[in-house]
Write a protein that binds this ligand. Structure first.
Ligand code: ATP
Ligand code: NCN
Length: 208
């Protein structure tokens, strides 16, 4: 039986990779695999968001994005979930509060691309997030400098783990964050939407 909430053993390190996934693309898969390897994660959960609080445009319907994400990300240690819709949370800080209460034995790590670190100080309760979960940031084309110079990176510069210690991030006590310069993939959902690739990609994933 498929459980509504992912099952995970005590003591496991779970990377939370939140996104609109509108549509999902190979960049998301790449970040997931790089992060799993770099930060010593046991599992990654893709949190398909009901809607980014900072984006005005609402995403495509959840069922469509979930189906496409499940087809795109097939890996035994990665789970694609609509848990935020089930919990009724949208802001990441609220999701993390709820997940920590639901899974007290699990160590969560928040994962994101460098563009989100550049904007992180605009997120609701962003300091709470920094203070309770380690954060793994993966390089994204064109975003290296803006991320490193961002208010969040500067405020928390003392707690940045050196790249060489990245495999310790999953076990680190927050605040702790790490930026990895993995090889980058220059893909975005915006670009795919502009090319009308959403429909084409969905059709090819579902074998139509
Ligand atoms: N090519 C990429 N390289 C690194 N990180 C990425 C890449 N694409 C997406 N991400 C990260 O994946 C997470 C989810 O991103 P999202 O679903 O918004 O995709 P996106 O391509 O950024 O979409 P959009 O163009 O609509 O903003 C974010 O943390 C984002 O930084
Ligand atoms: O909590 C916030 O205020 C907040 C603001 C912007 C983005 N987020 C989260 O960041 C993740 C990436 O969002 P997106 O739209 O860039 O894929 C997704 O899980 C969003 O819910 C969260």
């Amino acid at each position: 039986m498929k459980h509504a909430f992912p099952q995970v053993g005590a003591g496991q390190i779970v990377g939370l990779f939140g996104g609109s996934f509108d549509p999902p693309h190979r960049g998301h898969v790449h970040v997931t695999l790089e992060a799993m390897k770099a930060f010593g994660l046991d599992r990654v959960w893709w949190l398909v968001s009901p809607g980014n609080p900072l984006k005005e445009r609402g995403p495509a319907p959840m069922a469509q994005r979930m189906a496409a994400a499940q087809a795109m990300m097939r890996h035994p240690r990665v789970e694609v979930t609509d848990i935020e819709a089930r919990l009724g949370t949208r802001a990441t800080a609220d999701t993390i509060r709820r997940l920590r209460a639901l899974y007290p034995q699990v160590r969560f790590v928040w994962l994101m691309g460098a563009d989100n670190l550049a904007q992180f100080h605009q997120w609701q309760d962003w300091r709470y997030i920094m203070d309770v979960v380690p954060i793994g940031v993966v390089a994204r084309p064109g975003e290296r400098i803006s991320a490193r110079m961002s208010p969040a990176a500067r405020t928390y510069r003392k707690w940045r783990l050196d790249g060489q210690a990245r495999h310790l991030l999953g076990q680190a006590q927050a605040p702790a964050w790490c930026f990895v310069n993995a090889p980058m993939i220059d893909l975005s959902s915006t670009g795919l939407r502009a090319q009308g690739e959403w429909i084409a990609q969905e059709a090819s994933l579902s074998g139509r």
